[in-house]
Ligand binder design. Structure first.
Ligand code: G3P
Ligand code: CA
Length: 375
């Protein structure tokens, strides 16, 4: 059966007299997700449950897991001595105390530090300062995590095993990281999903064939990921700007007259329809199973970007046989908006809220779950 779900295919089946039964079995995003072992719609915990706990730390990932998120999302980097670890930013200033522990190296990229050096940093206290209403004394001193440690967390709750949704972050800084990732996933048994019986169970996501999804903004990394791990689902992340979709207007933020970056990004659009379609077509041609487009958030903020989940965009992507996982959405008004527009899953900092929205609420509150895991 072709992996596309075009209106023309549906019309053809009706014309051939195949009727409603055949029409109902036409492939669509739900069927594609099911075939790939990916929940539909998917709850992707962006840097863990990073609204409620410091991003990419043990508290954030254990909380996301115990809430029942489908995937733990992480940005992959490699230390100076070759250890794979999770960190979003290029350097350590925003989320650690690098300025006091290594003042002369405060601006250095994270990959200029050995894993032992990274492990000396406090990756939790910044959160208490930035978000006093969500602060917990136990967050102070949380550590940067290796990929091995995140795998341990994903496997650590017998009642719910989430998958991993791994981004190669700034992959040009890390030649060979796609191969390193493959070796690690292979060594940890994450490239050999369990059988179909288990994949249908409650524990499915982290044990079935959709247990790992790979994501990148970089075309070159997508190609390397496909070469190294052709059997693993991949997403091409999309945004409007340098290195990705060409914008209609090339006026930079400083000259745009917009009051903040969120407003500037919200005003950015692809150069034209064909430019958007070219990126989707490229993703498909390279073996991706979907795209990860940005969203414009109602409240703005530093994770609000161009609106790349307009209904026609999602329809076009679906027509190519691809899924749409939008980043990064936290509020019910925006959950509703992007679902109405047709997305197949959401990256969120607030897995607890998205699970409620999907009528899959966690068994306990965020506060209780954090207490259960010692925070
Ligand atoms: O990976 C999806 C989303 O995380 C992309 O944005 O900058 O938060 O990694 P970023
Ligand atoms: Ca990411």
């Amino acid at each position: 059966m072709p992996a596309t779900f075009t209106k023309s295919a549906l019309l053809l089946s009706l014309w051939l007299g195949l009727g409603q039964v055949q029409a109902a079995s036409e492939p669509g995003p739900t069927a594609l997700a099911t075939r790939l072992g990916i929940p539909h719609p998917a709850v992707i915990a962006h840097r863990g449950a990073s609204f409620d706990a410091p991003e990419s730390t043990v508290a954030a990932y254990k909380l996301a897991r115990d809430l029942g998120a489908d995937y733990l999302e992480l940005d992959l980097q490699r230390s100076k001595d070759g250890v794979l670890f999770a960190l979003h930013d290029n350097n350590l200033q925003r989320t650690t105390d690098v300025a006091s522990k290594f003042p002369e190296r405060r601006d250095s990229p994270a990959n200029a530090f050995t894993m032992a050096e990274l492990k000396t940093l406090d990756a939790g206290s910044w959160f208490n300062t930035a978000y006093p209403d969500r602060a917990r004394p136990s967050y102070a001193g949380l550590k940067i995590l290796t990929l091995d440690e995140i795998i341990d967390i994903a496997q650590g709750n017998p009642l719910h095993k989430p998958g991993l949704y791994i981004e190669t972050k700034e992959p040009k800084q890390f030649p060979g990281i796609e191969r390193d990732l493959k070796d690690k996933l292979h060594d940890r048994g994450w490239l050999s999903p369990a059988g179909s019986k288990l994949a249908k169970s409650e524990l499915a996501v982290g044990q079935g064939k959709g247990k790992v999804i790979l994501q990148t903004f970089e075309k070159s990394s997508l190609e390397l990921l496909q070469k190294e791990m052709p059997q693993v689902p991949k997403i091409l992340l999309l945004w409007v700007g340098e290195g990705s979709i060409e914008p209609k207007s090339k006026v930079p933020f400083a000259e745009s007259g917009e009051k903040d970056k969120a407003a500037y990004y919200a005003s950015q659009a692809p150069k034209d329809k064909a430019e958007f379609q070219r990126w989707v077509d490229y993703a498909k041609a390279q073996g991706a199973i979907g795209t990860g487009p940005s969203a414009t958030l109602t409240k703005g903020g530093d994770q609000s970007y161009s609106d790349l989940v307009q209904p026609w965009m999602n329809q076009y992507t679906h027509d190519q046989g691809l899924l749409v996982h939008v980043y990064t959405v936290d509020d019910a008004v925006d959950f509703q908006k992007v679902m109405d527009a047709g997305v197949d899953g959401i990256f969120t900092n607030r897995a607890s809220e998205l699970l409620k929205f999907y009528k899959r609420p966690a068994a306990a509150s965020v506060d209780q779950l954090l207490k259960n895991i010692g925070y």
